[in-house]
Design a protein around this ligand. Sequence first.
Ligand code: BT5
Length: 329
Amino acid sequence: MKIKLLDILNSTEGFVSGERLSNLLGVSRTAVWKQINSLKKDGYVIETQPRLGYRLLHRPDLLVKTEILSNLATEKWGKDYLYTFAEVDSTNELAKSYAAKGKPEGTVIIAEKQLQGKGRLGRTWLSPEGQGIWVSIIIRPNIMPYKAPQITFVLAVGMVRTLYKALGIKAQIKWPNDLLIKGKKVAGILTELSAEMERVNYIVFGIGLNVNQKIKDFPEELRNKAISLRIASGHYVSRVQVLKVMLEELERTYNEYLQRGFDYILEEWKNHCDTLGKEVQVFMDGTKLEGKAIDVDREGFLIIQDKENNIHRVIAGDVSLRDSSGNYA
Ligand code: BT5
């Protein structure tokens, strides 16, 4: 009812009377008044005039249910199972515990702030309050476990589509899980799998997207490497709007993958990838490999050709590209 109330206020120019609201919603005027107060507590600014009724003046850019669910155009994702928190350790950790308890595909978990945001291999993901989108989603694809790395590719394509649709920004993908704008990291993807030999129980994926940080908000060591949508676009960006497009595009891309297969996604992925065809250095398990990134195969391995023309298949690692002066950045 709160969401319906918000939708009515939002689509009305000027005031709506309490009586009209109570008719449209089928509840008493006292019930309407209570919900109005609850919206105010969430950060909405609503003007109240005794004879005229209510008028919405300002919506907060908060990742709360009322905002996310209003006009959300997904088929399933986030609609029935959406959990929003002011603060958690890690949305991925929480999502994994929800998945283990049986929460269905399309369950979405979001936090305004993470205290222990996780990257890959025990690294940290900085998740300051209110400045980004820190979200995890449960999926249960009917695929063999060895295909699970394909999901990271699907998500990267979904994120490229999101940034283009929401803001007209053309992002690049850096193998395997980074989204870049102008060579700097705007988002990272963390895909975690629970499986038996022949069957995926669930996949939890987390995406961290920097939205409204200014350069000075990043710690010194990240200033040359990280970027936010605000820095890239030159203006404040509504997280709620971007999140909605993100849920829609990620779900659409995932469904395309299930229906049309991985090759279809991989082709689009390659079109946006900034790693292929470049001289690279890859660190994996403490060893260093240098060579040319020549392809990505159907299991998501990066194929590297070294100076002796040996071919290496790399499943996980950190890639640096060689710049024009021969350094790896
Ligand atoms: C990733 O790891 O890029 C995956 C990040 C996934 C974060 C999401 S947020 C929601 C969900 N819940 C979680 O707990 N995690 C997921 P990796 O490729 O390992 O990159 C980590 C490295 O990126 C760090 O070591 C830093 O160098 C850098 N980094 C950390 N925070 C960053 C930020 N906010 N923006 C850009 N770079 C960052």
